[in-house]
Design a protein around this ligand. Structure first.
Ligand code: SF4
Ligand code: SF4
Length: 354
């Protein structure tokens, strides 16, 4: 089975092609001004040398800020879910992810299945994003690839009063003009960004194991500062920048079973400005016991009989568009109630993406 994931980010577009659970190819391209064109070019490059054409791919999931503009995608899923799923493929023990992207930064908690249990996003200020580091590299006339190593050679980090992208850039220029060493200026900025990342992570929960994804995870200076602040060694995969596209490809694989037909999972819910709210019920696993319906304090599950066959759990029609208000997500539900749909389901047929 061939499945693919494509992640159209603000600075870079990534694609991963998978064949039966293994990565066949992956690419990273610059995001051009036209997302549709970028999507076609990125997928064509991912297929180059594989002997495959796009028609050979059974399911494609798009993610990233440009995900709705991928005309050939079968489905689009938020990058939060994709990063959690992607990192779980490398490191199933990871429970906390810091995704440092081109234009925003996210702190994510996930469970052992790579399902999101909590997240927070900082997309209000460019400080600490890939774009911000690009601007700083330009100001200091240094290549983006070198700034991390350069920051590590500093003995006297320049203190920064702010990490606001605009003011920090002005401060960096002022220090540079006064003869400040590039390494010290960069060390000060990396320190400030690491502090900001720690504050973001504290708004979810910082649990072991910990990983960093996104292009900034390739910056050794930033990884060193974050390690120091958080007090945990991050698990870093081979290429942290493709984790979102990898997660999308894995979710695409899950949408199909081995003979290429659609799987039996029903996904109820939606994505809005605040996040993903999906309850997934695997009717292939569900044995119709009905315990989840009894356990749910929100009363949003029912048993239904499709085509006169076995009873299966479903989400009530009226709850599907209002899910975030009715169900607090299984982690919060577990804290508030002794039993919940997960704890009573012996078939592990029900899951949440929150
Ligand atoms: S508890 Fe699990 S197996 Fe039982 S009806 Fe609910 S989803 Fe199906
Ligand atoms: S997590 Fe709690 S409220 Fe949500 S569906 Fe499960 S039992 Fe119901």
């Amino acid at each position: 089975m061939i499945a693919a994931g494509i992640d159209i980010g603000s600075r870079a577009a990534k694609a991963v092609v998978m064949s039966s659970g293994s990565i066949l190819s992956s690419v990273i391209c610059d995001t051009g001004p036209e997302s549709v064109k970028t999507a076609h070019t990125t997928m064509a490059r991912a297929l180059k040398g594989t002997g495959l054409s796009q028609d050979d791919i059974q399911y494609i999931v798009a993610t990233g800020y440009g995900r709705v503009l991928v005309p050939f995608a079968n489905e689009n899923i938020s990058e939060i879910s994709c990063h959690a799923r992607g990192i779980n493929w490398y490191f199933p023990s990871v429970r906390t992810i810091l995704d440092m992207g081109g234009q925003d930064c996210k702190a994510i908690n996930c469970d052992s299945n790579g399902l999101v249990t909590n997240f927070i996003m900082n997309d209000k200020c460019a400080g600490g994003t890939g774009r911000f580091l690009e601007m700083i590299a330009e100001v200091l006339n240094t290549s983006l690839d070198e700034i991390g190593e350069l920051s590590l050679s500093s003995r006297n980090a320049t203190p920064f009063n702010t990490i606001c992208a605009v003011f920090a850039q002005s401060e960096a220029i002022a220090h540079f003009r006064k003869g400040g060493a590039k390494s010290d200026i960069l060390a000060g900025l990396h320190e400030a960004i690491a502090t900001r990342s720690l504050n973001l992570l504290k708004r979810v929960s910082v649990e072991r194991d910990f990983s960093i994804t996104g292009g900034i995870a390739k910056n050794s200076g930033m990884v060193a500062k974050i390690r120091e602040k958080i007090g945990m060694e991050p698990l870093l995969c081979e290429d942290p920048q493709i984790v979102g596209a990898l997660g999308a490809a894995l979710l695409a694989e899950e949408r199909c079973n081995t003979d290429g037909s659609q799987d039996m999972k029903a996904h109820y819910g939606y994505t809005d400005g605040t996040g993903d709210y999906f309850i997934t019920i695997d009717s292939g696993q569900c044995d119709g016991c009905g315990y989840c319906v009894e356990a749910c304090p929100a009363g949003i599950l029912i048993m239904a009989r499709e085509d006169g066959s076995q009873l299966k759990a479903e989400l009530k029609e009226e709850a599907r568009k209002n899910l975030a208000f009715l169900c607090p997500g299984f982690l919060s539900c577990r804290h508030r109630h002794e039993v919940n749909c997960h704890s009573v389901c012996s078939k592990d047929a029900i899951s949440h993406t929150w």
